[in-house]
Write a protein that binds this ligand. Structure first.
Ligand SMILES: [Zn+2]
Length: 138
């Protein structure tokens, strides 16, 4: 008679270090209106619902931010010195006619829209950058 091999239960309780990074969503929540607590702390400021319409136009914004900005070509693109790297030439293209204000650096800094540009230029997060822009701050 052979003794059946007993499956040894392994008691090594592996501990999961639960690294669930809580990510903040960029969506502006449609907030429930409660008019009871009127507080005007600047930290409580929410994005206005129509913030995208209130962004400055590229023709108003980019000239205050960019050096060596050329005139836009017929399709609306202008060149400028890229502020995100040591740019000896004008590697940055910005779209002046479209309200989104797209930009692209041909030296590899990336691309984006006007909000992304402002985030990068100021180091601010999405919400703060948008608030900056709709307030006309630069
Ligand atoms: Zn660049």
């Amino acid at each position: 008679m052979t003794a059946p091999k007993k499956a040894r239960s392994r008691g090594d309780g592996r501990s999961f270090s639960g690294a669930n990074g809580a990510r903040g969503t960029l969506h502006a929540e449609s907030e429930a209106t409660n008019s009871s607590g009127k507080r005007k702390g600047w930290q409580d400021v929410r994005l206005p619902r129509n913030w995208r319409e209130r962004l400055p136009l590229p023709v108003a914004y980019y000239p205050t931010r960019l050096e060596l900005l050329t005139r836009a070509n017929p399709s609306g693109w202008a060149q400028a010195r890229c502020p995100f790297h040591e740019d000896g030439t004008a590697s940055l293209s910005v779209q002046m006619n479209d309200q989104r204000g797209g930009w692209r650096c041909f030296a590899g800094c990336g691309a984006g829209d006007l909000v992304a540009f402002h985030m990068r230029a100021t180091g601010k997060g999405f919400r703060d950058a948008v608030l900056d822009l709709v307030r006309g701050g630069a």
